[in-house]
Design a protein around this ligand. Structure first.
Ligand code: DGP
Ligand code: DGP
Length: 121
């Protein structure tokens, strides 16, 4: 059974990935990482930084998550990410995504073992 930490890695970690010049990055990755089974996950972010650097976000001060819990943490530095957003009119099972590379600070929720379990923003 997949743990929350494993699930975070499956859904959000692509350390060696580089979406530049690949408009199909999200179409391929959302399917490959099993986020287009049963429904099209509407919004998902992939992080292109080493896992140790993403784990280190968990030692930043606690802040409030969008769901009201206080186990979120914001990265000190900007990180390379790719935003995947379902295209308007895209209907399951044909999940078609916009691919948008960006560089910004990210916010994740961490569990009691200080590992990321949810991508908040
Ligand atoms: P929307 O409210 O439809 O504009 O969605 C954007 C929000 O989604 C924004 O607050 C950031 C958040 N978001 C970005 N990437 C992810 C992700 O991978 N998972 C989740 N749960 N939220 C994300
Ligand atoms: P995602 O938000 O896309 O990273 O989804 C990962 C899972 O995390 C999903 O099942 C919802 C759950 N989740 C949402 N908000 C929180 C939170 O604040 N803390 C924890 N531990 N899990 C959360």
């Amino acid at each position: 059974q997949e743990t929350p930490a494993e699930r975070f890695q499956r859904q959000h970690m692509d350390s060696d990935g580089n979406p530049n010049n690949n408009p199909n990055y999200c179409n391929q990755m959302m399917r490959r990482r099993r986020m287009t089974e049963g429904r099209c996950k509407p919004v998902n972010t992939f992080v292109h930084e080493p896992l140790v650097d993403v784990r280190a976000i968990c030692i930043q001060p606690n802040i409030r998550c969008r769901n009201g819990q206080n186990n979120c943490h914001k990265s000190r530095s900007s990180m390379r990410v790719t935003d995947c957003r379902l295209k308007n009119g895209s209907r399951y099972p044909n999940c078609a995504y916009h691919t948008s590379p960006a560089k910004r600070q990210i916010t994740v929720a961490c569990d009691g073992n200080r590992v990321p379990v949810h991508f908040d923003a």
